[in-house]
Design a protein around this ligand. Structure first.
Ligand SMILES: [Zn+2]
Length: 164
């Protein structure tokens, strides 16, 4: 592991936590059902956020993903860099966007927030740590390279570093 982030500890990929942990962006109270997010239109139904037709008379409350977007507070960070990335930038970004679209279609709370240019690559921020991880895995699966995870357990944040 050559990268380090304050507040984050390197974690082996096969040890990465699978379970859902406490998340500051989960509602503090039990949400009434149905509740609709006014920003994205996702519907809270049967205990989870889903893409459904907006039910009549639904309560309104911003979903955790839109709250993170509103606060500009990502849960996942994916750093993508390296010579190979520079040479195949469009192709790799296309793969990431496709992967994110697929995840979002299934899980309204899994979204890319931003793709920002950095010195020698890009930083992709996500509303969900599992998406950041899934994007890193997708790059690794398609193009090998090196993949690192750094986890902040206290705040349940994940930094994924992919390089090739
Ligand atoms: Zn929303």
């Amino acid at each position: 592991m050559k990268t380090s982030f304050e507040g984050f500890s390197p974690v082996r990929r096969d040890r990465m936590v699978q379970e859902e942990r406490h998340d500051a962006y989960q509602a503090k109270h039990k949400l009434a059902e149905p509740t609709v997010c006014p920003d994205c239109g996702a519907v809270f139904h049967e205990g989870r956020w889903q893409w459904l037709v907006k039910p009549a008379g639904a309560h309104q409350e911003r979903c955790p993903a839109c709250s993170r977007i509103h606060d500009q507070y990502p849960a996942g960070y994916l750093t993508v860099s390296g010579e190979f990335f520079s040479q195949h930038r469009d192709e790799l970004l296309h793969l990431l966007r496709n992967e994110a679209e697929r995840a979002k279609a299934e899980h309204p709370l899994k979204r890319i927030m931003q793709i920002e240019d950095e010195k020698d690559g890009v930083l992709v921020t996500t509303t969900d740590i599992h998406l950041a991880r899934g994007l890193g895995e997708a790059l690794h699966h398609a193009y090998q390279g090196t993949l690192e995870y750094h986890y902040n357990e206290r705040e349940n944040l994940l930094r994924v570093v992919w390089e090739r």
